[in-house]
Design a protein around this ligand. Sequence first.
Ligand SMILES: Cc1cc2nc3c(=O)[nH]c(=O)nc-3n(C[C@H](O)[C@H](O)[C@H](O)COP(=O)(O)OP(=O)(O)OC[C@H]3O[C@@H](n4cnc5c(N)ncnc54)[C@H](O)[C@@H]3O)c2cc1C
Length: 246
Amino acid sequence: MTPDPPAAEAPARRGTLNARVERIFDHASDTRSLFLSLTSGKHLRFLPGQFISITIPLGDETRSRPYSVASDPEDRGPFEICFNRVEGGRGVAWLFDRRVGDTLDFSGPFGAFAIDRAPEVAELGFIAEGTAIAPIRSMLKRALASSSPSKIHLIYAAPDREHVLYAAELDEIARSAPNFSYETVIAHPEEISDRLFELAQARWVTGDADRMRHFYVCGVGKGVIRLRDLLRGAGYERRSVHYEQW
Ligand SMILES: Cc1cc2nc3c(=O)[nH]c(=O)nc-3n(C[C@H](O)[C@H](O)[C@H](O)COP(=O)(O)OP(=O)(O)OC[C@H]3O[C@@H](n4cnc5c(N)ncnc54)[C@H](O)[C@@H]3O)c2cc1C
């Protein structure tokens, strides 16, 4: 007999939760996933796309930094966060120093950049770069499990092949789910924003007159806002263009 799944931890808007590092996976030398489980033994309940806010003690200060949950909310095992080193980023450096068995405090999950039920539209467009695939991955899983599946297309940018995270998984989904397709953009970090803009424009703005799609865009910096403005300016409804800027 399969044991009952652990009880779900209700979303904690305030208050601190504590998690243990169960497993570490290095996607690349500067990009890592931590698999975390609540020390309470409960299961973290979150919406695909939401983030947790991790307490990072740095000696001279305590930071709180958001990290999106990258895993499928239906998974009953540890949940996953995925992050990359950034220049001068002391908060994320602390996360890289965590070892299996260490614990950390966090609050959440939080965030309105989330999919509860996939919208019933003909096509969903996802745009991500680097580790910003984390919330998108979780959302994709929910959208793909939808009972009335939309066509789903992902445009995913990275500085090189090594930083196309979850590539094998995305390939497998593209093979097995007829409604899913994705394309990768490999470009110098300074060019990623322009390349994403051009691709989104060609595909979803000048490509046809359909303006019923919904979009989920996530990335670092102002490129996210340019994409949002491109899509909204092209006639997509404001509420159909969801975005999260890191
Ligand atoms: C809602 C939300 C969810 C987030 N989820 C994730 C996540 O799942 N994975 C993740 O790696 N980061 C994520 N971030 C960014 C993360 O919270 C931190 O900002 C980042 O790890 C750097 O923190 P730091 O304290 O080390 O450096 P800081 O001193 O705070 O930042 C240094 C510089 O790095 C830039 N930066 C922030 N994130 C990145 C990045 N990923 N790549 C390149 N430059 C960056 C900042 O704009 C800043 O200029 C998220 C941010 C937000 C707002």
